[in-house]
Design a protein around this ligand. Sequence first.
Ligand SMILES: [Zn+2]
Length: 327
Amino acid sequence: MKRNIGVILILLSVVPCAAEGQSRESPKMPIVFSPRYDISFMGLEKLHPFDTTKYGKIYRHLVKMGIPRSVFHTPTKEYLASLKSSRVVAEIAELAPLSLLPNGFLQWRLLLPMKYAAGGTMLGAELALKHGWSINLSGGYHHAKAESGGGFCFFADIPMAVHRLRKDNPAMTFLIVDLDVHQGNGYESIFQDDPSIHIFDVYNRLNYPADEEVKRYIDFNFPVEPGIRDKEYLALIERELNAAVRQTQPDILIYLAGTDIFEEDPLGGMNISEQGIIRRDEMVFQVALDNQVPILMVLSGGYSTKSADIVGKSLENILRNVIRLHV
Ligand SMILES: [Zn+2]
């Protein structure tokens, strides 16, 4: 009997969301999105270099590709409520810079989308364990520290997701693979020498935040030269990431897939092409799958007007050619 259950569980785990399909109306896919992710200040957002509506654009790309709207997961009120629970609130109060909290309007327009996105990362972490992979179409706020925010990051969604998974699995180990162009100094500062967290960070060595103090917490530290091109960049990731996954054997890989490495990104300073980004994302997914490590992908930075389009194409490539989704 036990063996049968085991077999069923294995079968369920390879069929995307089959388990949920039995209990809900339509089978869900482990992709998390909320229409609330997009940020708008009645036009004022255009003054910021960040394309604050990129999340909806990426979602629409996937819908156009043939993924039905009904199969996306949404961070529900339960997740937002969990953000309000005393324990997590204490955490957010610590993680969100209170001095930077804007007025009610800004809070509604800016913090609420980010709250949903942080809830999406937490939900995505659970879905990755359940289905072997998941993608949150936002999140990856890697500059938020315990006592201060920065770089457009108010909620430390990665530590919050780790915290949530650890509640049920206290012995879990994590590999954070941060390929955003910027150093992930927020969670590096929060996790520090935590032995169950391994950090793999590739970033432009001359770019923000150049946080020397927390660099020592990066286990696999790759500060690269500005202007680095596809060939060298992809070779580095191919060589080093496989080795890091084999060495650490994590229970989950959390991938910060920043597209601010793009050659046209106004804030990045790297020289990676669209094809290079698509290839990079595919490689990271493939390494996780080959090593049977569940992967959660979050989007992080990407400030070029082409960012949403590139992410859309890259996700389509992952879903078709790595996950082998037939839509
Ligand atoms: Zn970045």
